[in-house]
Design a protein. Sequence first.
Length: 309
Amino acid sequence: MNLLPAAFATALSLLATTTRADVPAVVTDIALVQSLAQTVLGELGHADVLLPPGADAHSYQLRPSQGASLQRADLVFWVGDALTPWLGRTLAGAGLKGKSVPLLDAPETYLHAFGAETAHDHAEAEAEPETGHDHAGADPHAWLDPANAQAWLALIAAELAAADPANAAAYVANADAGRARIAALDATLRAKLAPLADRPFVVFHDAYGYFADHYGLAVAGALHRGDASAPGAAHLAELRADLAAGGIICAFPEVSHDPKLLALTLEGTPVRTGAVLDPTGGTLPQGAGLYEALMADLAAKLSDCLAPR
């Protein structure tokens, strides 16, 4: 009886087990980052996410069990202090054995300040990009520009490859495949959103500049100007005047935020109320496909309300 095939299969199984055992333990801050990390890990491992579905990314209290997960992590991929300061404070005092990788600090990350920019401004910024490292006042929702998501996939692959050289080729191949999928989706979304370029809209908070800028959309204002700011009376009066004047097509509420103030601001104006937007993907099914689902979801909801009727 020839035992070579069985012995060969056993050896392959042991090799696979050893390779998987060496895969770094990965922890991420939000579902969006978990999606990118999972894309790179593929079937080799699983990336944990700290922020539970529906929780506010900007203000969250870690549970003790999550602190233990951080202590075991080899790599912590997170957006950065500008989005999840609660994690930054924890990492600063945790004495982690692993490496903290704030994605906003990646040299390839394109950043801009809070506030809508024009497509012309974006083109100039791309010619001479502003990188991470100096992002005081920068809008942290940088993943809503697909170029940033593609850059982050490459960074995650490089960090995983450095920590686990045996699987480096797999990480790079997974990242390249993810970047290609994002490029294909980007082309589709550009075609879908191009007719909406001259259709102004208002958002709940100033988190969509990258998306609007990349696709040439017209954000006319935000109820909340920043992540931590509450709207003042003067700002609300100015915004309401703009809404009542006509020209603004839609206003969009946002997940995890009370829509009552937006509804009151819109009362008596001709502005349509759009679907609830989710800029971080916290309400979408977690996993490698979440990033693409998030971008498609935003495009669909914007299109549904802004399309001429």
